[in-house]
Design a binder for this molecule. Structure first.
Ligand SMILES: C[S@@+](CC[C@H](N)C(=O)[O-])C[C@H]1O[C@@H](n2cnc3c(N)ncnc32)[C@H](O)[C@@H]1O
Length: 577
């Protein structure tokens, strides 16, 4: 019996493993990666398929194969595949060390959370599979724990493993390990010890770690037991990982979180000094890890004979889609007339620009979020909006928009692309790049169809996986409504279901979602049921949970979906090739 038969692993999905991310990053490095919508994907160590099944549901014309050596997890996953009716995914009970190639070749291979948790020679076998099973332009995703960050984490791990050495029962092991860290936090804070080394740093480290393990999400013991306390946990330095990949005929492409593999997010002077110290491209990443004390990487690999572009060709961006939720603010210290705007992402990353088309394009992207737009759409929208706000520039903007002034149009396109790339290289939170337009729509169709996976998840937990594979928190109303969005019910039908539901669960629709602020004199009318439904549908649509494409067999059957396709934006109906 494997440790994962005893305690199955977490059960999450990971947006960075989506083939769209792998394909997009590969294109930036000049690899003609396989089209996302019809690709073949292998996941090694897929557990119960909580990553692979939603991916398969989001790309019905692609094929997905998962392998895992824990029979209990594969059985659970096969049960889910049967229950949800997912024809394009197969899960196999297989030890990766026994791989014989019978499952064929794959455009994308995903190995998340496994490389560091298996011993040699299994680590080597994993890379051998990547080499043998990748198609010529295929891309493998391998995540792993890294030094130097893990040196600090290792101190915690080894103390905990010592403390629980005599305990076998998993729940007791997790509890005792937490207890030890809790004790150390209190003990180091209580007194100053004569023999302490680096006492302030140690106390800070213990506190941060304790906070982290207390705030782990659902099925926390499972994550804690496997991620921190599993028998094997072998972090490595980035340069060691590159050398290991090289031994197996594989080359580093980039990190899935593209910007995190580059020194672009560092202050200019730091980045310049770092680059001067590095003796090769790979070395830049290594010194970057030294600077940020990195603990984890999500690296993409390809076969070593693939020719990678030394620099990113801006023309690649003509084939991509972009999404941004960054907030635009007047850049500190700038003259408002000069209109230099600072765009700030949720993670604090910033892009400052005074290029009007870029400023309006980013504003447009925020307004359509989470929908994605092409470069051409963003540029066109920028011209249209600039014409409205600057009537005196109407003629020249119109000439650029229509192509009557091709030089201006090309120069604006180049500057917009360069700014988008600079933002993406700083943080994927500022702007995300996509080869695929996304399987979701933000439009609320007559009979909305929500992601089958999220509908199933909503009955189990308060956060669900959206069609981009991100986690989304649901309101109680959203959690009630989501499972009903199976493409057969319009707003009236949804209302009838709620009205006929005498159970406790339906009580949320009878109490207003929020009370008027204290001290407010006017009586606000309680929203009607129809208004509450409309508001909840909008929240669900803006969370990328509504299916946006025809599904063979379903789109003909559900007239509401078919009839609304005419209103789909041009860019979403025709993905660029
Ligand atoms: C830490 S879990 C990660 C699971 C999943 N990829 C995720 O990130 O949620 C490691 C997974 O690798 C699987 N695994 C470990 N050794 C394996 C092997 N030799 N062959 C196949 N699967 C293996 C385990 O059963 C487990 O599901």
């Amino acid at each position: 019996m494997t440790p994962y038969d005893r305690v199955p692993y977490g059960g999450w999905s990971y947006a960075f493993t989506h083939p769209d991310v792998l394909a997009t990053v590969a294109r930036l490095r000049g690899i003609p990666s396989a089209p996302v919508e019809s690709c073949r994907v292998l996941e090694i160590g897929c557990a119960a398929g909580y990553n692979l099944i939603p991916m398969a549901l989001s790309l019905p014309n692609a094929r997905f194969v998962g392998i895992d050596y824990a029979a209990r997890q594969i059985d659970e996953g096969c049960g889910l595949v049967a229950q949800l009716g997912v024809p394009n995914v197969e899960l196999h009970h297989l030890d990766l060390a026994a791989w014989e190639g019978a499952l064929g070749q794959f455009d994308y291979i995903v190995a998340h959370g496994i490389y560091s948790w298996v011993a040699e020679p299994v680590r080597s076998a994993l890379l051998s599979i990547c080499r043998a099973a990748l198609t010529p332009n295929g891309v493998a995703y391998v995540s792993y724990n890294t030094y130097p960050g893990w040196h600090m984490m290792e101190a915690m791990r080894r103390m905990m493993l010592y403390h629980i050495r005599e305990i076998d029962e998993p729940g007791q092991r997790a509890a005792a390990a937490r207890e030890l860290i809790g004790f150390l936090v209190k003990a180091t804070g209580a007194a100053s010890f004569r023999l302490s080394s680096y006492p302030a740093a140690y106390e800070h480290l213990l506190n941060g770690y304790f906070h982290g393990i207390l705030n782990m999400p659902d099925r926390a013991d499972s994550l804690f037991l496997h991620d921190e306390l599993e028998a094997v946990n072998a972090p490595c330095y980035f340069h060691e990982f590159l050398a290991h990949a090289g031994q197996h005929g594989l080359t580093y492409v980039a990190d899935a979180e593209f910007g995190t593999g580059l020194p672009t997010s560092l202050p200019e002077e730091v980045a310049a000094n770092l680059s001067a110290m590095a003796q090769s491209d790979g070395d830049v990443g290594q010194y970057l890890d030294f600077v940020v004390n990195r603990t984890f990487r999500r690296s993409l690999l390809c076969r070593d004979e693939v020719a990678l572009s030394p620099a990113i060709d801006l023309e690649v961006l003509d084939r991509l889609y972009f999404a941004s939720h960054a907030r635009g603010l007047l850049a500190p210290g700038t003259d408002p007339e000069a209109a230099s705007v600072e765009f700030v992402a949720g993670d604090g990353a910033k892009l400052t620009t005074d290029h009007p088309v870029t400023i309006v394009a980013f504003t447009h992207l925020k307004s359509i979020w989470p929908r994605r737009a092409t470069l051409a759409e963003a540029q066109e929208m920028a011209y249209v909006q600039l014409m409205e706000t600057n009537p005196h520039l109407r003629a020249e903007l119109y000439a650029a928009l229509t192509g009557a002034d091709p030089e201006r149009q090309a120069e604006d396109r180049r500057l917009l692309a360069a700014n988008l790339l600079a933002a993406y290289c700083t943080s994927g939170e500022l702007v995300s790049f996509h080869l695929h337009p996304g399987s979701f729509t933000t439009e609320i169709r007559t009979r909305p169809l929500a992601s089958g996976w999220a509908r199933w998840e909503a009955s189990k937990r308060t956060t669900v996986t959206d069609l981009r594979l991100r986690r989304v928190a649901l309101t109680p109303h959203g959690r009630y409504l989501l499972p009903l969005l199976d493409g057969t019910r319009d707003a009236d039908a949804l209302q009838q279901v709620i009205e006929a539901d005498g159970s406790e669960a339906a009580a949320i629709w009878r109490t207003p979602a929020s009370l008027p602020p204290e001290g407010l004199q006017i009586e606000l009318p309680a929203p009607s049921l129809a208004e509450q439904i409309a508001e909840t549908l909008e929240q669900i649509a803006n969370s990328a949970l509504l299916w946006g494409w025809p599904i063979p067999g379903i789109d003909q059957a559900i007239s509401g979906i078919e009839s609304s396709f005419g209103r789909f934006p041009e860019s979403e109906t025709r993905p660029p090739t």
